[in-house]
Structures are given as structure tokens and as C-alpha cells.
Design a protein around this ligand. Sequence first.
Ligand code: PGA
Length: 256
Amino acid sequence: MKKNVRKAVIAGNWKMNKTRPEAKALIEAMKPLVSDAGCEVVICTPYTNLETAVEMTEGTNIKVGAENVHFEKSGAFTGEISADMLTEIGVEYVIIGHSERRQYFGETDETVNKRTKAALSAGLKPIVCVGELLWERECNITEEVVGRQIKLDFYDVSAEDIKKCVIAYEPVWAIGTGKTATAEQAEEVCAFIRGKLADLYGNDVAQAVTVQYGGSMNAGNAAELLSKENIDGGLIGGASLKAPDFAEIVKAATNG
Ligand code: PGA
């Protein structure tokens, strides 16, 4: 199967940015700029902006995602949000296991796996993040780290369900640092991820899964990264907060 049969997904990860009025202005500016996109366009916003984002993007090609989800259906989990709460307001995607959640909020492969399964059973499309620390790359264990994450994060996820997932390869050293992996480095690990999926699920399934690159992707470097065989899209932090920059990346994915 060729790259052009997989769905390219460009997803913005707004992180902890944008009040409601700011979010409205950004979405308004973004809508006309991405309306003819040839790829899936997703904006993942803070919880407080989700309902606004869903309302404002109704009837457009922009899909809305959350930045996290709890794995239990309901109960005494103060401060948490369930998958059903997200789907009920029209959210379609959710980022799971972002390195900032792993680093600052004690996210483990076990909880990433639980969240992924909870999201899937509620009908959400998970964007599951994996990636190595700089120290791990220097020690030459990138494949070991990423391979372990793939195995654990998708433990007990069926072949049918993995096809609904997006995997974001985000080397931790490239996130928010302005240091992008070279297109070759990114392609190498994305190809490795696809190989790992082939081991676990067979080649047909592996060829159908969207694998993104994330980490300082911007309007200047997106085209080269997205031209690679195994890079099917991007998870965009900083550059997703500026409508023209995000639109440039969407354009690169449309052409790439
Ligand atoms: P960045 O963030 O584009 O600002 O590096 C990417 C991400 O954290 O998803």
C-alpha cells in the first residue's frame, strides 16, 4: 500500500494556550485558510474551548480534539474528564500520552493504554504520542524505547481498533525547542514504528495506520518532513497557534 492511500492528519496541539475569545479569533482566522485542505485538519484545544470549537467548526472541514481523557467512565476522579463527556459535545479526537503528560503528570504506558482503550470504546480517535528523550537517543536506544511504547500503549488493542488510531512520533528533545529532527531521523523512526505495527498486526494493518511526526514542525520544514514515505502528517504545537503558519503546514500535507 502506498502512502497516498493513508489519511494524512495535521493536528494542532494548542496545549495550555488561548482563552475563549482568543480561541474564537484563531478559529475564525483559520477556517478560510484551510477550507480546501486535502488532508484531515484537527485542532486539539484546552477543555474550556472544546464546545466553542465544535460550534464554530460545524459544517467546516475542521475536526476538534481534546488534549487528554480519563480512562474511567465516571466517578470520584476530581478534575478529570471522561470520553463520554467529550463525545457528547462533538469532540472526535483526543491526544493521549503526550510527553508533557508523561513528564509532568506521571503518565505511564499503562495509563496511556487504559486511556487509549477508553477513548476507542467511546468512539474517539486517539492520537497516541511516543518518542525518546535526548539521553535515550544519545545512548542509542531510540528503537528500544519507541518499540516498548508501541507494544505497551496498544496492548490488547485490536487490529480493527488500531486502524482508528493515529500515532504521533514526537522525539522529546524536539518539542518546543526549535530543534526539529531531520527528515531522515523522523522517517527512520516512523518507518520503525510501521515495522513494529507489522510485527504486531501484520503488514496490511500497519500500512493503514497514520503515523505523524511532531516536534517543532513549522511552515518552513513541514514540506520536507511530509514528503517522506512513512510520515503521514504532523502534530503541531507552537505553529498551530498562528493561523497562517498552521495553514502552510496543511498546504504542505495536501501537496505532500
Ligand atoms: P511543538 O510541539 O510543535 O511546539 O514542538 C509539538 C507537540 O508537543 O505536540
